[in-house]
Design a protein around this ligand. Structure first.
Ligand code: NDP
Length: 443
């Protein structure tokens, strides 16, 4: 058994109840095999064993009171996975499905994603099984304050800087930040995704979706194709999906779908992104409302990936949303590129189908890194007590995404894995973290 296989087998035994974490670790360790199994220095330093174990994981209770005076208790998490190259950094997910396995998978992925940005940030993730759907503004505020009442002990501008994720947008970050400041008396860049009036960065809201489209455009260009006029299918209708649709349309693509957790929309006239923003960001309603004002569009329940045909697929909702049958159908009906906006939206068997059928595929740790990259730019602006224009931040974001693409491509070529960006992204992300861990000794 090779070194990487042994570490993976031990990890499975140690964490039998963490399928998402094992799925993410399997992908990474298999991709890293050509590097770590051919150089004994990694085994000697126990590097993989240290890489797969979080530096620290914190779980705590979050008691809060609803509008009717009823007490609720949710579970809070912060998994600080790896700080070899900089302070811990990663979002907070608020969704009833949240558990330790999901937070560990996201935190583990974040290590390589953050490294790929080229910026000095370590990997972490957190969240709670709290369901923000249907809660009043005051309930959201009380929950966020209760969450921060414990979380503030473990975070700080040079220690750990959380951000948004599913269920955590500008409103929640605002409440979390307000409570942090109240508890610590400090005005510092301890959270990113803040409002523009208190240290937020222009273009952070748009960054993940825009970054996804920038790297997709570069991928297509590099393979003799063009995003302009391409038929693009998107899933999700949250932060990542909305701004991916907006940028793809600005670049001339025809975006024909989006979805939420109850159903999907296919609009052959092209998705009206302003209408989606109004429904999901302002009114916080279900996506099916879209057909009320757009009668030519079709609404269906179930997964968009069973029903849409496209040239380019941008899954932007959640983990494991594309399965093997859906991947096969997409590839067989002409889809030639899939770039992940969400984290791990393509399950392992579906990923293999895309690779086998020569569908260009970029994993989320590379293609959705624009969000955290811009968060790191927000941290930089907070440190120098200054702010950059939208155009400055957007230009830096685009530069970072194009760099990630060529950095990944270089790793593919070096390890004889042409166009296998799963291998390329993992190796490119790993090298910097591994160098830093080797240099810092056994800690
Ligand atoms: P949002 O909460 O803004 O939106 C999530 C979208 O996905 C919503 O449309 C939601 O539908 C849908 N969704 C959530 N869970 C499910 C589910 N179980 N099944 C089907 N649909 C679901 O989150 P974001 O847009 O911020 O995040 C989307 C993905 O992108 C996540 O994987 C996140 O980790 C990843 N990501 C986000 C970044 C960011 O900057 N925001 C950065 C990098 C990655 P509904 O409205 O019904 O809940």
């Amino acid at each position: 058994m090779t070194y990487s296989q042994k570490v993976l087998e031990d990890l499975k035994v140690k964490n039998p109840d963490q399928p998402e974490f094992i799925q993410a670790a399997t992908e990474v360790l298999e991709a890293l095999a050509p590097v770590v199994d051919n150089d004994p220095k990694y085994k000697k330093a126990g590097l993989l064993e240290r890489l797969v174990e979080p530096e620290r994981q914190i779980m705590f209770r979050i008691p809060w009171v609803d509008d009717n005076g009823v007490v609720h208790v949710n579970r809070g998490y912060r998994v600080q996975f790896n700080s070899a190259i900089g302070p811990f950094k990663g979002g907070l997910r608020l969704h009833p499905s949240v558990n330790l396995s999901i937070i560990k998978f996201l935190g583990f992925e974040q290590i390589f994603k953050n490294s790929l940005t080229g910026l000095p940030i370590g990997g972490a993730k957190g969240g709670s099984d709290f369901d923000p759907k249907g809660k009043s503004d005051m309930e959201i505020m009380r929950f966020c304050q209760a969450f921060m009442n414990e979380l503030y002990k473990y975070i700080g501008a040079d220690e750990d800087v959380p951000a948004g994720d599913i269920g955590t947008g500008a409103r929640e970050v605002g409440y979390l930040y307000g409570q942090y400041k109240k508890l610590t008396n400090r005005s510092e860049g301890v959270l990113t995704g803040k409002g523009l009036s208190f240290g937020g960065s222009l273009a952070r809201t748009e960054a993940t979706g825009y970054g996804l489209v920038y790297i997709t455009e570069e991928l297509l260009k590099d393979h003799g194709k063009n995003l302009k006029d391409a038929r693009v299918a998107v899933s999700g209708s949250g932060n990542v999906a909305i701004y991916a649709m907006e940028k793809a349309q600005q670049l001339g693509a025809k975006v024909i779908s989006c979805s939420d957790s109850t159903g999907y929309i296919i609009d052959e006239n092209g998705i009206d992104v302003e209408a989606v923003k109004q429904i999901k960001e302002v009114e916080r309603k279900r996506i099916r409302e879209y057909v009320v004002t757009h009668p030519d569009a079709v609404y269906g329940e179930g997964s968009v990936w069973d029903n849409v045909t496209c040239d380019v697929a941008l899954p932007c909702a959640t983990q494991n949303e594309i399965n093997k049958a859906e991947a096969t159908r997409l590839a067989d009906t002409g889809c030639y590129a899939v770039c992940e906006g969400a984290n791990m939206p393509t399950d392992a068997a579906a990923t293999q189908i895309f690779l086998d059928k020569n569908v260009l595929f970029i994993p989320g740790k590379a293609s959705n890194a624009g969000g955290v990259a811009t968060s790191a730019l927000e941290m930089g602006q907070n440190s120098i007590r200054s702010s950059w224009t939208f155009e400055e931040v957007d230009a830096k974001l685009k530069g970072i995404m194009i760099n990630i693409y060529y950095h990944m491509k270089e790793a593919c070529e070096k390890y004889d894995a042409k166009d296998n960006f799963v291998v390329g992204a993992n190796i490119a992300g790993f090298m910097k973290v591994a160098d830093a861990m080797m240099a810092q000794g056994i800690v």
